[in-house]
Design a protein. Sequence first.
Length: 689
Amino acid sequence: MTSNISAWAIRKPVPTIVLFVVLTLVGIASFLRLPVNANPSVSFPVVTVTITQPSAQPAEMETQVTRRVEGVVAGLVAVNHIRSTVTNGVSTTTVEFKIGTDPDRAANDVREAVAQIRSDLPQSIQEPVVSRVDVDGSAIVYYTVRAPNMSAVELSWFVDDTLNSELLTLPGVQKVQRLGGVNREVRVSLDPERLLALGVTADQVNTAMRELNTNVPSGRGEIGGREQSIRTIGSATSVEELSRLSIPISGGRWVQLSDVATIEDTSSEPRNFARLDGEPVVSFSVSRSKGASDTVVADRVAARLAEIQARTPGIEIKELISLVEYTKESYDAAVTALLEGAALTVVVVFAFLRNWRATLISALAMPLSILPTFMVMDLLGFTLNSISLLALTLVIGILVDDAVVEIENIERHVDMGKRPFLAAIDAADAIGLAIVATTLTIVAVFAPVSFIGGAVGQYFKQFGLTVAIAVLFSLAVARLLTPLMAAYLLRPRAGHDHEAKRSRIGDVYVRLLGWTLDHRKTALAIVALIFVGSIALLTMLPTGFIPTSDSNLSTLKISLPPGTRLEETARISDEMTRKIRQRPEVDSVLATAESLNQVDLLIKLRPRKERKLDRKSFELSLRPLLAETPDIQATFASEQGAKDLSIYLTSDDPQALTQAVRQLEKEMRAMPGLVNVQRPSPCCRRGCG
């Protein structure tokens, strides 16, 4: 069957040529359309339920909120683990489903389950927030915004209104988050003495202000023969208008709001901050949507911001941190390695075949196999990332194997005196089944890698399938195009002894092969020694989920004791920033705090060529600095944005649980290989992590 295919391609070359021309053109178009990302797109079915009840104690939150949420989600299908964290006024329950569960379906199931018990929860809680944990939803680029002629309120509103609305219209942009800045607030400060003198209560002022801000349906009416809905709308358009608000008091009298209160158009009390190298700044981050290209989204954002900058000359928008730079560097390095591998493959093939026509025919198998692979990758929703590019780099030498075997056998038949046309048919007939068997063996080895279960399988799904697809296309090239090109491009030669044509490399190989056959026991002993040594070395290699990257961004998460004021958090943040900036590897530090006692230090490192330490070594070198700072818990975020190891202990006995956690923490600190062992504080009554 396979030999008949080769003979058909040789006798009827037009369909084969048209087929590969179409595959090549479609492959080029797919390559230009494929997203370029740092890692494959993965999705884990993890859903969080966050419920806030201001001023509630952890024990109260646990019994009235957390236990009820855990009870209702525990009955859902495919639930694997449920973890809850309870702090003052906040209950967070993380529901982890089994790998393979649709994340959207999991989020909807949890949302419906929480809605069923909404009436059983305390009425004073805020609306429960059910969200899906999105691994790909982290920010890819950070910008700072400066405007000397604008106040902090105006600049923050510019980010929230103009930048946010315009950037979200770009394809691939999922979220724009402002970091730092303040919100506008109209503050009404009541004067107790004036209230008492005029006989006005705070409740009367509050009622009048509520009635002022009204937007409610008020029935319907007929205007011009048509029915129109009517709404009652009332609000103050300025601070001056609000100050003239009339408040009814006893005795049929009225007073204005300005008589009993001071009205200020100001900013809200800061509950977060952003500081660049210790100086206050307003910044924002941009996150891409799932499946979008890092590079394309970053370029679109940069182009749109350039347009906004051009029409608002008084505002300076500057890129601060870009994770896309590391993605581009990795992509360029992988493509360079791919091209270098292809070039070296051609050199090696020419060294053995010593025929430029045969080498050209064999070398064409590489682009004609890889380009159609991009077409299938596009159809399957793959991206150009570290894993898929690794697969292509690995398979580049395999793609030419079938063509080399095919062309070498055809060359042998030509050396026997046959014309290339007949030699291609006979050689393809003789070698066809062996080539198919070799290719399918490679597919049988790599394809199952894509069907590994668990979290590892999501990363390596693109690896195995990419290799298998490329190898199958190389089989098609070897069985169709290689015999066709050999039949029409090779030149006939007079019959002569093929052994006399052997090269020096071939002579060395034949002598080595002869020695191996003459000394079989010695050869087997050498092979066994190499095998045993390889197994011994394998046990010495460190293991991990994915390799540690050397990106230019290191994220340090700092937690301070509960109740810490924002000013104290900013002071410690500035002190840490000052010390970290003294390191030669550091370019700048952006500190962002989304809560009063937690701050993230985004440390931008210098380019890899300008620093001696890689990112991981730099983080390890900062451990003494973190250890000498009292009353903080500091940890560096890993590639997945979490700690490398988390251990949870559960118990109904708070004292026994606390004692066990302290003992475990003490023993883990003494273990080699573990750094920054920390116990979150405070722990909830039923569990600690």
